[in-house]
Design a protein around this ligand. Structure first.
Ligand code: LLP
Length: 412
């Protein structure tokens, strides 16, 4: 459930008219609902109440500082994958002891920054990274808490670009290599192996791959125990899908129960790294129809949002529901909804049935709160969109629209 609803013929974000916001802040415009963020966070987090657990929001899904601050205030930790995300999380006031750091290519400087901040742990993805962390921690006269990201070779049945837990993917260590990694960590002076981690992919719509991966991890943990290696943290990553169109992913409660049933009673603190399930449906992208045009093959709605604002349709062929901000009950027609960028791959929807909207009208692109703005760019020298956070009847400019001067700011 989200708080973007039609009221008297106009779409509202919580208590505020989307038309009024678009007038004031222009388009393309990202609008987030604070109530939806909070609701999704607690629906997810409370699903694990039977376990000692920590929910770390995956910063890459929506990195806006106002969003991070709000989630941190609700009790979220953060899952980061870069020095930049660490910086954002710290600026948002997140307690470093609630930050976990994944990623296959952590550089020395990033490792140092995370050690200085005293994050909870590094999810280590290769033997080379382990040696590097040990070395950097040694230079700093400290010890790094590490967990190993295990690649369980499970097919998450999702888009190949966002599947991460199969052997052909670059992520994590296979089971045999993981055993070597724990043994090596036991020999090193400046790392302390405290956890085990796994993230098999994103937008998963079935529980089976999660449970299959968990079984493999638990079997591996039993082998570690036999060797006298005891871990404290089990990080199960993120990946739970959301309904964009007709998908029916498990509800977080179902997900939480299925995992809790397997984990109850084990002396492990469980860490979760949800991104999309919290942010996805907490945000919309509002765009204006700039022109319409038709040829014998196609009807086009040319809108002012483009692949630089929301790349998911172009990159993954993703579906985002699109509708009028002010529905007028007109007959539907089949359109391609395209942006102004000079690429045929610049579209928000293809062959989509939509009412025959006119130039100057507003459309809403749903489910844009995750991997929307955070994946945006300046391609075609387009200033990035404005992000608003609506909380009841309050509107916070979470990021102002970029200007032409912003485009040139770093070009010396
Ligand atoms: N933890 C790790 C280590 C991850 O790599 C990811 C996402 C997550 C957690 C959060 O996954 P989520 O709960 O959001 O599924 N840009 C793509 C999604 C890429 C996901 C990358 N990793 C998209 O727009 O669909």
């Amino acid at each position: 459930m989200h708080h973007f609803q039609q009221r008297d013929g106009v779409l509202f974000a919580e208590e505020v008219s989307v038309t009024a916001l678009a007038k004031q802040y222009c388009t393309p415009l990202y609008i987030y609902s604070a109530a939806t963020f909070r609701r999704h966070f607690h629906a997810f987090d409370s699903a694990f109440d039977a376990l000692d657990h920590l929910t770390c929001f995956s910063v890459k899904a929506n990195s806006n500082l106002a969003v991070l601050k709000m989630l941190a205030a609700e009790g979220a930790g953060m899952d980061i994958v870069s020095g930049g995300e660490l910086y954002r999380a710290l600026q948002a006031g997140v307690d470093p002891s609630r930050i976990v750091y994944s990623g296959v290519g952590k550089r020395d400087s990033e490792i140092r920054e995370a050690l200085e901040a005293r994050i909870l742990m590094f999810n280590v993805e290769s033997l080379a990274e382990l040696e590097r962390i040990d070395q950097v921690a040694g230079e700093m006269g400290t010890t790094a808490r590490v967990s190993f990201r295990i690649n369980p070779d499970v097919d998450p049945q999702t888009h190949p670009y966002i599947s991460t837990g199969m052997q052909k993917n670059k992520f994590g260590l296979d089971i045999d290599m993981s055993m070597q990694a724990y043994k090596r960590a036991a020999e090193l002076k400046h790392v302390e192996p405290v956890g085990m981690d796994c993230h098999i992919g994103s937008q998963l719509t079935s529980l089976d791959p999660f449970l299959e991966a968990l079984d493999k991890l638990l079997a591996f943990n039993a082998r570690l125990k036999d060797l006298g290696i005891e871990i404290k943290y089990l990080d199960l990553g993120g990946g739970l899908g959301i309904p964009y169109n007709e998908e029916e992913p498990p509800h977080p409660a179902e997900f939480g129960k299925a995992l809790s049933d397997k984990l109850k009673g084990l002396p492990l603190k469980v860490i979760l790294e949800p991104g999309r399930v919290i942010a996805g449906n907490a945000g919309i992208l509002v765009t204006e129809v700039v022109y319409t045009k038709s040829n014998p093959a196609k009807n086009f709605l040319i809108v002012d949002a483009a692949m630089n604002d929301l790349v998911r349709p172009s990159l993954y062929g993703s579906y985002h529901r699109i509708a009028e901000v002010e529905p007028k009950g007109r007959a539907p027609k089949v359109f391609d909804v395209v942006g102004p960028i000079c690429e045929s791959g610049d579209f928000l929807a293809r062959d989509r049935e939509l009412p025959e909207v006119m130039q100057g009208e507003l459309l809403v692109v749903y489910s844009a709160g995750a991997y929307g703005f955070s994946m945006s760019s300046n391609y075609n020298s387009r200033p990035r969109a404005c992000e608003l956070l609506v909380d009841g009847d309050k509107v916070i400019v979470a990021r102002r629209r970029e200007t032409y001067d912003d485009l040139l700011m770093n070009e010396l």
